[in-house]
Write a protein that binds this ligand. Structure first.
Ligand code: GSH
Length: 242
């Protein structure tokens, strides 16, 4: 009886192992000042339960990437194309995007250093809020054309993300701490080390090897490499139709 019990346990364990493929990890490097990163962020959030992956959100600092990778400003034709491309893409992805009145000021002058540090502090201390805080910051910049540099702006995004006020205040008070600055720098460097030159940068770990993808429009290719199925940017609707 004892032997039979041990044997059946072994069989169950073996078949359980066979039926449970190893989870792959996917790192999404993003900056909330990058509108294309919002698309990648929403799509990855929609797929994180669908695919056999562990999604790690990795807020980085796009200016650091641009400096590290030697970025050139887009010329007028590319800038005008990008405006149209974003409108088309966000319509298709159902992301409520609106171009801010002065994108150059938002991206180049005001920037995202404080927002990136705040996201980093949240990631370090209570990462259960990271996804919703990220979404709320994107909504501020690329839907309501609101500031993301002032403490009051970050507090308001935190409240919308469900972070208790005392905790948000405490986290905000750490954004200039060396540990937070270092962590944001390390994350940015990690992306550069993977070959990043812009945002979003996605690193999928396939068979132990990191594969770097640039852009929210590389999802189908990434799914193929992960051995997962791509149902388009709206997987829930695709399922409903089937
Ligand atoms: N085709 C990409 C474009 C992404 C993109 O242009 N990202 C900008 C920041 S919003 C960037 O990093 N540009 C750097 C580059 O193109 O080298 C997509 O659909 O996501």
């Amino acid at each position: 009886m004892q032997i039979l019990y041990m044997y059946s346990r072994q069989v169950i364990q073996r078949s359980f192992k066979m039926a449970t493929p190893i989870r792959k990890s996917v790192e999404l490097f993003y900056d909330v000042v990058s509108p294309y990163s919002w698309l990648a962020f929403e799509v990855m959030c929609r797929y994180q339960q669908k695919w056999n992956i562990d999604l790690k959100l990795r807020p980085f600092f796009l200016s650091g990437i641009m400096q590290g990778a030697g970025f050139h400003q887009p010329g007028p034709s590319k800038a005008s194309y990008m405006g149209k491309d974003l409108k088309r893409q966000t319509d298709m992805y159902k992301v409520p995007f609106k171009m801010p009145r002065n994108p150059a000021e938002v991206i180049l002058i005001k920037g995202s250093l404080n927002a990136g540090r705040f996201l980093t502090a949240v990631d370090m201390n209570c990462d259960q809020y990271l996804e919703e805080l990220t979404r709320q910051l994107f909504l501020r910049v690329y839907y309501r054309d609101e500031d993301i540099t002032e403490p009051a702006s970050l507090m308001s995004a935190a409240a919308k993300a469900g972070i208790p006020e005392d905790l948000a205040k405490q986290l905000l008070s750490t954004i200039k701490d060396q540990a937070v600055k270092d962590r944001l720098r390390e994350t940015t460097q990690a992306a550069l080390d993977h070959g990043a030159f812009g945002s979003p940068t996605i690193v999928a770990h396939v068979d132990g090897k990191p594969q770097m993808f640039f852009g929210s429009d590389r999802m189908e290719l990434m799914a193929h490499m992960l051995g997962e199925k791509w149902y388009g940017p709206l997987p829930e609707l695709a399922k409903a139709k089937m």
